[in-house]
Ligand binder design. Structure first.
Ligand SMILES: [Zn+2]
Length: 309
């Protein structure tokens, strides 16, 4: 049974608070375990979740403001300390390579773990993974920033009763899948006649940004969208000025993009009551809504219902 879920390590923007660690998120998606934007304290937050350094397969950094990357030194050194046996891929905006180099070697340690460093050099860059495609899109923030999305391609689920109605079985099923059609008893049977589409799932990670095309490109039809909502509508002008979103904007993006589960996070410490983010977002989004708290887990919702092929 494959597992797809988000674990929230931290939810504070800018500075940690007594209740919120700096940013940090782990997406478990089958055999990929991706750490996004590890802020300060991420190593210790991981400990609370039971996710180990050895579990990690990949690290994605949206940009090099401290709340999104100051956890890199500890996390990277931990990979070596734990002698993680597999290479760990690392993605970040290429323009921040100098910051990455400094964070990677922030202090002395015995480096044994292998990092596969693959910076993002262009908007729309795609990386093919075993579980789908990881795509980076440029966001609008004072420094070079990319959001990420993971897109699983649509698949195909064979219908046994239709197959047997056509008298198709054994190796012929494989051939029908591969070729797309099969001639049986003088008749051509197409794959669509004996299968339904198995909709691929999508995860999107949008952080930090003002409203822009990249936000919508990432959020499109996401089953699970993690998106910053640093501010509330009362600070909309400030949000636009500094390149951030309000809870209301994030919720409208989710509705317009057909998002199923919306996770709001990266909250400014100026707001004491998280309920306000919920209430503002709820006015614009009717789906599953999570105002993230540290150390909570959010499942990727079950696959959308298959449609007739
Ligand atoms: Zn930032």
């Amino acid at each position: 049974m494959s597992m797809r879920e988000l674990t929230v390590l931290g939810t504070a923007s800018q500075t940690p608070t007594r209740l919120r660690n700096h940013n940090g998120y782990v997406l478990r998606w089958d055999d990929e375990v991706i750490l996004f934007d590890p802020g300060e304290g991420s190593q210790r937050q991981l400990l609370h979740t039971g996710i180990t350094a050895t579990d990690l397969t990949r690290i994605c950094v949206t940009h090099f403001h401290g709340d999104h990357c100051l956890g890199l030194p500890g996390t990277i050194q931990r990979l070596s300390l734990d002698r993680v046996p597999h290479p760990v891929a690392v993605h970040f905006p290429a323009g921040g390579a100098e910051y990455f180099a400094r964070l990677r070697h922030a202090s002395s340690f015995h480096e044994t773990a292998e990092l596969a460093v693959e910076p993002v050099t262009a908007d729309g860059q795609r990386i093919t993974l075993g579980v789908g495609t990881l795509e980076a899109r440029r966001l609008r923030h004072p420094i070079e920033t990319y959001g990420y999305r993971l897109v699983e391609p649509d698949g195909c689920r064979m219908l046994p009763e239709r197959l047997s109605a056509y008298g198709i079985g054994g190796p012929a099923v494989g051939e029908l899948l591969r070729v797309g059609h099969l001639d049986v008893g003088g008749r051509r049977v197409t794959r669509d006649e004996v299968s339904v589409v198995r909709p691929g799932q999508r995860f999107a990670f949008v952080m930090d940004t003002g409203l822009c095309d990249g936000v919508y490109a990432l959020a499109e039809h996401a089953d699970l969208l993690v998106i910053e909502s640093t501010f509330l509508a009362s600070e909309a002008a400030l949000a636009a000025e500094v390149g951030h979103l309000t809870a209301g904007q994030a919720a409208r993006v989710a509705t317009e993009s057909g998002v199923r589960t919306l996770v709001l996070t990266h909250f400014s410490q100026r707001y004491a009551d998280p309920r306000r983010f919920h209430d503002e977002a709820r006015d614009h989004f009717a789906g599953e809504l999570v105002v993230a708290e540290d150390l909570t887990t959010v499942p990727v919702p079950p696959r959308r219902v298959a449609s007739a092929g």
